[in-house]
Ligand binder design. Structure first.
Ligand SMILES: *Cc1c(COP(=O)(O)O)cnc(C)c1O
Length: 404
């Protein structure tokens, strides 16, 4: 077997390439009109009022925490089953990440356990829509409001997913009775963060975005992306217009250069037109997998809660008792069979760096148990029918081999 079927992979076509080439032939490679076009496309897709794109999802997380007012001495509650960037960005602004345990089936934050983690220092809750399955945002919002805490969704896995929502949203269900809000609409949150890394639903190479409905967040998100600088006269702190001409701008706080280029933004806009098709294909593949895998002896399969439509960024299986003990062998055999499986994620606080700054094993037992059992099988829109069959057949073969 020479080819490895990866756990996820971008789909870039001729239309995407043409869009990028046309920017390369234009006047603006960065800070040009393609960035604003991509931002407008993101707001019209998600239903949020404002979008600000960044050089990465990590930069977008950093910006969102800054805009939420998170700073030194504050606490942020999030899931340990996420990419390290979710909590690292809290450390960037001097805040302390607090990890709250997950629910066994979805591996999303267990909403019933968050409250015990809330202190007077808690400023922000960051639900991560793991694998593309939305967290119960109605429940999160209710709790956050009760305690006066802000909510930033880490939607890096979940562009194209939606959740049931009572909040006003332009997205309603087909039967007209249920309201479904797209992840990114911010119907039940202050901000939502997206990533456009090639393994995510749409790509810009590297890239990310923050969505929001609040103008005040929007303004600080924009300035944070570009050194804390504003050229907007109405925002100037120094109002002596007699001495300031059109050259004048103000740097009002310490920001970064976290800009996305127009080259990337053009790719993002072209990719976004195909998102619905990509998500539909991911859901079809998940449903094919479920059709053969549900109820097998070796592992549990992902499911959907009544409040969520997953965009299936991942297809994480959970090994049953008797098999998780052999995960290293199962994993390496899967790789030998050409399955580009991955383990997502090692609970963040078990990383050596987090241990050095005081986090301890045992803090989130359900997350640690999930980690022992998890393997993500390949799922991405460009998978052929043969690829899907190959994954199914060889997954079973591997389990038969380890039983011998
Ligand atoms: C990908 C990802 C990020 C970071 O995004 P980058 O674009 O790689 O910086 C953050 N959180 C989660 C859950 C992710 O999957």
């Amino acid at each position: 077997m020479s080819r490895i079927i990866p756990y996820s992979c971008q789909s870039v076509d001729e239309e995407d390439i043409t869009a990028v080439v046309s920017v390369l032939k234009s006047d603006y490679l960065t800070q040009g009109p393609a960035v604003e076009r991509f931002e407008a496309a993101l707001t019209s897709y998600t239903g949020a009022k404002y979008a600000v794109v960044y050089s990465s999802g990590t930069a977008a997380l950093h910006a969102s925490y800054f805009a939420a007012g998170l700073g030194a001495g504050d606490e942020l509650i999030t899931s340990p089953i996420t990419f390290v960037a979710t909590s690292n960005a809290a450390l960037y602004v001097g805040a302390r990440p607090v990890f709250s345990d997950i629910e066994r089936d979805s591996a999303n934050l267990d909403v019933t356990r968050i409250e015990e983690k809330i202190t007077e220092r808690t400023k922000v809750i960051v639900p991560v829509h793991y694998a593309g399955h939305p967290v119960d945002m109605e429940a999160i919002r209710a709790m956050a409001e009760k305690h006066g805490i802000k909510v930033v969704e880490d939607g890096c896995h979940a562009l194209g997913a939606s959740s049931k929502s009572n909040a006003a949203s332009p997205w309603t269900g087909q039967n007209g009775e249920e309201r479904w809000a797209k992840v990114g609409s911010c119907s039940n949150s202050d901000m939502t963060v997206l990533s456009f890394h090639p393994v995510k639903h749409i790509t810009t190479g590297e890239g990310g975005a923050v969505l929001t409905n609040e103008k005040s967040y929007y303004e600080s998100l924009l300035m944070f992306r570009s050194h804390g600088i504003t050229k907007n006269k109405s925002c100037f702190k120094m109002h002596d217009c007699a001495v300031v001409g059109d050259w004048y701008y103000e740097m009002q706080f310490l920001g970064y250069n976290y800009r996305m280029t127009d080259i990337q933004a053009a790719l993002g806009t072209a990719q976004l037109t195909k998102l619905e098709k990509f998500v539909k294909r991911r859901r079809e593949i998940a449903s094919t997998y479920n059709g053969v895998f549900v109820g097998n002896n070796y592992f549990e399969t992902p499911m959907e809660k009544q409040y969520g439509h997953s965009s299936y960024h991942l297809y994480p299986i959970r090994l049953k008792d008797g098999y998780w003990e052999k995960r290293p062998l199962i994993f390496s055999k899967m790789r030998e069979h050409g399955l580009g499986v991955q383990v997502l994620y090692i609970p963040v606080y078990l990383q050596p760096f987090y241990k050095e700054i005081g986090y301890r094993q045992g803090a989130c037992p359900v997350a640690e148990d999930f980690y022992r059992r998890a393997i993500s099988l390949p799922i991405y829109p460009a998978m052929s029918v043969e690829d899907i069959d190959y994954v199914i057949n060889h997954t079973f073969k591997v389990f038969e081999e380890v039983e011998e």
